[in-house]
Design a protein around this ligand. Sequence first.
Ligand code: PLP
Length: 418
Amino acid sequence: MSSVSPATTPQAAQREVASCREDFPALHQQINGHPLVYLDSAASSQQPAVVIDAIAEYQRHAHANVHRGVHTLSHRATDLYEGARDDIAAFLNAASRREIVFTSGTTEGINLVAQSFCRPKLAAGQRIVISHLEHHSNIVPWQLVCEQTGAELVVAPINERGEVLLDELYDLLDERVTLLAISHVSNALGTVLPLGEIISTAHRRNIPVLVDGAQAAPHLALDMQTLDADFYALSGHKMFGPTGIGVLYAKEQLLDAMPPWKGGGDMILEVRFSGTVYNELPYKFEAGTPNIAGAAGLGATVRYLNKFGMERIASHEKDLLDYLTSSLQKLDGIRLFGTAANKASVQSFLIDDIHPHDLGTILDHQGIAIRTGHHCAMPVMEFFGLPGTARASLGMYNNRDDVDRLIGGLSKAAELFR
Ligand SMILES: Cc1ncc(COP(=O)(O)O)c(C=O)c1O
């Protein structure tokens, strides 16, 4: 699908999704004798052929180390790697390519901020604020840095719908807070947080904000200059790109003032035993040989997403999430978790007292992939008093047939247990 004009009618939107599905080879296979229905994109989404091809093309014709070589392959590798950075800077509307640090994923980006930005500032009496909705990757790095420094980790509460209680969050944002670290979209419940309001409130109190954008990047249009987050972390494999590559966006003046986190090659200008001069941004934060193939793949990913436009992807997914939720609600014995007013692409649920792993296994026998368990958000599960849930999550390539197959599969599973 190469047009950028809006898909104006439901039929046009359907045709667009049908053509998009053709781009994803993994969707066209049989699993346990059934055509695959992939509803686990929040864990890892599938990749279009253009991304797979971009990685293969790098491996076949451009594989060499970046930045250092004078030979042609090294130039090709560098062009691919740095070209991807430019494409991602544009995709995020960052003010500068110096604000785009390649990481291995969201987890590494958050750890970088915890260790480089926060650790030197933290001491007993100071606080990091997070919410009860967070993924473990936006909890444990803060626990570690608090243990290292004597600072305190404080958690803003949520309600039964899975929304952060904003008044309670704002009450926590006082002069003791070094950073607010919060998700854009919850991976367990699908809640979309009102980040514009949260970030401007934190900034009025001089508190910088890190956003865990792992679940937003595949679903929402992102504009760093409008959002005004200080740090924004995302992962390639959640947004139809490869694993092992991600991005930490950070405001240039913050990155400039931060010490390097990891030491090694590429992050230096000069090394002497008497001392080292660090490289300019963003290389100061990219120690060692990077994931060049991953970056080439991620560049191809954002170019692919641009062909559709994130607004159109968001609108398609919103319709489909409404259809998924209303279809699930018709099932006997269904319990939905995550019913926030503003949601994206994820629905957690249970049926009767059937164990979610049993639901997931029975669905897999029918070729339907969902996620079951605690979704790396054990505090969210604890809030609902559950060990885990079943979770269906949508990507740009899913359609109503996928939802209908899920509902049919769940009805079968429920029959087996009744
Ligand atoms: C909200 C959220 N944050 C962080 C992560 C961690 O991402 P990664 O494992 O790619 O670092 C995930 C992955 O599930 C996530 O959903």
